[in-house]
Design a protein around this ligand. Structure first.
Ligand SMILES: NC(=O)c1ccc[n+]([C@@H]2O[C@H](COP(=O)([O-])OP(=O)(O)OC[C@H]3O[C@@H](n4cnc5c(N)ncnc54)[C@H](OP(=O)(O)O)[C@@H]3O)[C@@H](O)[C@H]2O)c1
Length: 338
């Protein structure tokens, strides 16, 4: 274990960034969160509170430098975690560039496939690595971030990350280093294909996944993606109890069978929702182009089509302009007819 606390800068401290920041603070790490004035003002009034579905709770009254609105606060960091939404990645890289020492490990803990590459282009001197957050975090009250689902962090294998591993372990956030991160990222994307369906349903994840027609929508998007990944020669890995190829048949199964087979998957907080739902709710642009849009992009590069994923991209963009919710049978028929 390090004697000096590790200095960790978290760039784009919203739901994931504040949650990870709080966890690492609980381990005694020297954490700087960089975000917006909105949250900085929240932390002037409220402590940072971190909870999870196991009953973990940590709270800390942040000092002013601990939540900064300037990228300069990343100066001298030993490790940078980037947790902005995908549309903000290029700007995050540009803002961080003047402040990082050559070789500083920077982990993109974002969904999608291309964020680490976007950061690499802006931070050619840093060691940019792709990473993956499997669980869901929602801001339940101002300054209170709650982990509603299970899983552990993963990042691309690199020897520069070895010294930071004990800090993540101590924070209750074990970080698994992987040599097959591309397969991990695509496998996470397969699970994230539920984000647009959850967002369009307007329901908590548990209510949405309890409706077979919504699960059939998800199965359509996942099967289409699995077929395209196979054509591209990209493997998948098991991130839940099941190999990825068995998830679409599980999703299509009738409620009585699904509730038995997917008991673990359904052990989610009844209030948990996807962050894409949060974005639509707040009138912000979503990450749809970095989720389903990546499938369409990969299909196009292979001269294939991805009509179901393309339709989900179109429907979510429509909801960004004009909020709407979809009932399960109507969404299923919109995807089948795509
Ligand atoms: N939330 C989840 O459950 C979850 C789970 C797994 C993975 N993820 C992934 O993790 C990433 C982050 O998601 P999130 O839910 O944590 O998003 P979020 O709550 O929107 O947090 C990102 C924060 O970064 C801020 N930001 C953007 N550009 C900035 C800049 N240049 N300087 C300072 N702050 C900036 C944003 O402010 P503005 O909104 O004002 O731009 C926002 O507060 C996404 O890729 C998401 O898909 C999320």
């Amino acid at each position: 274990m390090h004697h000096q606390p590790l200095r960790i800068a978290i760039f784009g401290a919203g739901s994931i960034g504040c949650y990870l920041g709080g966890r690492l603070l609980s381990a005694g790490a020297d954490v700087i969160m960089i975000g917006r004035p909105r949250l900085r003002d929240v932390f002037k009034q409220h402590p940072l509170v971190i909870t999870d579905y196991h009953g973990f709770r940590f709270q800390s009254q942040l000092t002013e430098p601990q939540y900064s609105i300037s990228a300069e606060a990343a100066n001298g960091a030993d490790l940078v975690l980037v947790t902005v939404k995908s549309a903000a990645t290029a700007e995050a890289g540009e803002q961080l560039a003047p402040w990082l020492r050559a070789g500083t490990p920077v982990i993109s803990l974002q969904n999608g496939i291309s964020n680490a590459d976007t950061l690499k282009a802006a931070l050619p001197e840093a060691t940019v690595l792709a990473g993956m957050v499997p669980f869901n975090v929602l801001q339940q009250h101002p300054g209170h971030f709650h982990q509603g689902t299970e899983g552990h962090l993963m990042a691309e294998h690199h020897p520069g990350l070895e010294p930071v591993l004990p800090w993540f372990e101590k924070a209750g956030l074990p970080l698994e280093l992987r040599t097959d991160i591309k397969a991990v990222m695509w496998s996470k994307l397969l699970l994230n294909l539920n984000n647009p369906i959850n967002a369009l349903s307007g329901l908590p994840l548990l209510d949405e996944l309890s409706q077979r027609d919504f699960r059939r929508c998800l199965a359509l998007a996942q099967q289409e993606t699995l077929d395209i990944l196979k054509a591209a020669g990209i493997p998948t890995v098991k991130l839940t109890g099941l190999p990825m190829g068995l998830i679409p048949p599980l999703m299509r199964s009738p409620d009585w069978l699904f509730t038995r087979l997917a008991r673990k998957m359904l052990m989610i907080d009844p209030v948990a929702r996807s962050s894409m739902w949060e974005d639509l709710e707040a009138g912000r642009p979503t990450e749809i182009d970095w989720i389903n849009g990546e499938v369409v992009k990969l299909a196009t590069s292979l001269n294939l089509k991805a009509p179901v994923n393309q339709q989900l991209v179109t429907l979510v963009h429509a909801c960004e302009k004009r909020p709407a919710t979809w009932r399960a049978p109507a969404l299923l028929s919109a995807l089948k007819n795509a």
